[in-house]
Each structure stands twice: as C-alpha cells, then as structure tokens.
Write a protein that binds this ligand. Structure first.
Ligand SMILES: Cc1cc2nc3c(=O)[nH]c(=O)nc-3n(C[C@H](O)[C@H](O)[C@H](O)COP(=O)(O)O)c2cc1C
Length: 318
C-alpha cells in the first residue's frame, strides 16, 4: 500500500471501513432495540418475528405518530402486513430466556404453525381486539414491558397495491411497501401504546433511575453464528447545562413582542427561563392564542398553570 493510501486509510486513529450489505451489523456497532412483531397469518393465527430495525418515524407535526420497520419482504411478518396491515410491536425486557426465544423466532423459513407451537411467550388480546370484538387482530405478548399496536399506512409512497408475491421485480418504492428485490419498509401508524403499570407510573409521575424497564441492547447477527446483545443497567441522568437558560429580561422582551394586547407578568415570564431559546417564541405564541380564545389579557402564573395543565391533558389523551 502506498504512503498516500495509508494516510487515507488511517485518519486520526480511525480506519476507513468498507461499507457492505447490512452495514449496521457488518460494518459498524449500532445499538438497537429487540422487538417481537406480532402479525396475523393467513389462517388467523398470531405470528411472531424478531426485529431490531424498528424506529420512530413521524414523531410530531403530523396527524398521527408512526414507526418505520425495515424487513425482508419474504418474511411472514412482511407478507402478513401486506395482507392485512395490522401488527403489534412488543418490546421484551432483558432476560436471557427471552432473548434466546427472540433468536429462535428470528430464524428464517419456518411457518407460523411451526414456530409458534413451542413459544414461551404468552399471547393475549390487546386493546384493539377488546374494543372491536368483530375484528381479528394479532395478539400481544404479555411478557413485554410495552406494546405499540400499529396499522400500516399503505397509501404512503403509493404502496396500496403492493401484495404478497413469489418474486418482486422493479420498479420498487422508495420508502414504503416493497423497496427492493428482497426488502420491504413499512410505515406503521401507532394506534395505541400499552405500558406495564410500573413504567406507566414512571412516565406519569416522573422517572427515576430504577423506574426504567430493563431493555436489552441488540448489536445484531455479527459472526455468522451469534446474535450479540448487552444486559441492562440502570440509566443515569445528566442535567441540561445551567448557563444555557435564558435571562428573565430576554423572556420579557420576547413576551412583549408577541401581541400588544396580551401582557405577561414577571412571575409568568420567570416560568419560561428554562425553555430552550429556539422554542421560546412557539411556547409564548401558544400562551397568547390560549389567552385570546379565553378573553384573557394578562397572563399570570395562574394562567401558565392552566395552559400547562391543558397541554398535559391533551398529551395524555393522545
Ligand atoms: C434479535 C433479532 C433482530 C432481527 N432484526 C431484524 C430486522 O430488523 N429486520 C429483518 O428483516 N430481520 C430481522 N431479523 C431476522 C428475522 O427475525 C427473520 O427474518 C425471521 O425469519 C422473521 O420472522 P417471520 O418470518 O416470522 O417474520 C432479526 C432477528 C433477530 C433474532
């Protein structure tokens, strides 16, 4: 290798690694969740496949929230989603026997009947099944610490006509439905998030270090023999930088410029000094439009409480 080539390959302690198929597990160390995805087979049975490439996709600013799943298009999961669009993403806690079962349920080529007859997971009805007794939905895994009940948004990227086929030839979609010869991507609308009570309380009452579920971190299939994962450790917290807060004067200045008819007291402004500057105007504008709707002209701490309360309630409703 020439000297010049060596310098390009070795850069400040980094080496340039060739990027190959499945780069997230073959050319890097990428921490991932372990999801057991439940779908409905053609015979109406619940099929479970293991999936790690499953991430939030629409997180705000749209009419709905969504996840993205990257998956082999010949898998039971992909075929079932193409057929009926329903799935439940079950997040399993960190237990060796659950991960062993995830690896078993992640072995390609078995039919639903073959893989599900010996499963150690307990399958129960989810919220959708209870609310719509005349419809069939995939069951959910009782051992999960949280479950996202989802529906495929088949219209996105014009994927509504994609169906189960022996072989997929081009053209392919870009980001939803069949996306390559062997691949599929599914944008999944989150219908319900079901949470075990202990962690529900953590989210509602404020989280502490021991209020997190134990989540295994999966590093994928790495040496043609094993799936690798790390065991859970209680998380620790890192406070946001103190000196990044905004001064009371800058909040007062921003608040006075939103609308000449709506005023904020100093105490009310004090409540916004921790809001990151980039969000300050949006937050203040939110308060002003609430004030206008409710014929309020002076926003005091009391009104800030009412507005926060309303926002929390809306969040919980969603
Ligand atoms: C922990 C784990 C994570 C996996 N993640 C994915 C993934 O993100 N995408 C994928 O296509 N296959 C993934 N696999 C492989 C699938 O589980 C495998 O294709 C399996 O056959 C899917 O089951 P199904 O055919 O019942 O859907 C994973 C396997 C394991 C064990």
């Amino acid at each position: 290798m020439s000297e010049e080539h060596k310098q390009i390959e070795e850069l400040e302690g980094f080496k340039n690694l060739r990027i190959v198929d499945n780069f997230y597990q073959t050319s890097s160390f990428f921490p991932m969740p372990t999801c057991e995805i439940a779908t409905l087979s053609e015979n109406g049975l619940t099929n479970i496949g293991s999936y790690s490439l499953c991430f939030p996709y629409y997180i705000a600013g749209k009419d709905y929230y969504a996840m993205l799943l990257c998956c082999r298009n010949s898998s039971n999961t992909a075929q079932n989603i193409l057929r009926n669009g329903k799935c439940a993403i079950n997040f399993i806690p960190d237990k060796r026997k659950y991960f062993k079962e995830a690896v078993r349920l992640g072995f390609p080529g078995e039919t639903t009947e073959e893989k599900m007859k010996d499963t150690i997971f307990t399958l129960v009805d989810g919220k959708r099944a209870r609310e719509n007794p005349n419809e069939t939905y995939p069951k959910i895994v009782k051992e999960a610490f949280q479950v996202f009940e989802c529906t495929w948004v088949r219209e996105l990227d014009n994927a509504q006509d994609d169906k189960v086929q022996e072989e997929y030839l081009p053209p392919y979609h870009n980001f939803n439905g069949i996306t390559s010869k062997f691949g599929a991507h599914f944008i999944l609308k989150v219908d319900n998030i079901l949470m075990k009570e202990k962690y529900y309380n953590s989210i509602i009452n404020g989280v502490t270090s021991n209020g997190f579920p134990s989540v295994p971190v999966d590093y994928g299939y790495r040496d043609s023999k094993n799936f690798w994962y790390t065991k859970f450790k209680n998380p620790i917290s890192e406070p946001i930088p103190e000196n990044k807060g905004i001064s009371l004067d800058s909040v007062k200045y921003a608040a006075s410029r939103i609308d000449p008819e709506i005023k904020f007291t100093d105490e009310a402004c004090m409540r916004f000094v921790k809001v990151p500057r980039v969000f300050l105007n949006t937050v203040l504008k939110g308060c002003v439009s609430w004030a206008k709707e409710n014929n309020v002209t002076l926003i005091t701490e009391k009104e800030v409480d009412i507005i926060n309360d309303k926002r929390n309630k809306e969040k919980n409703k969603r």
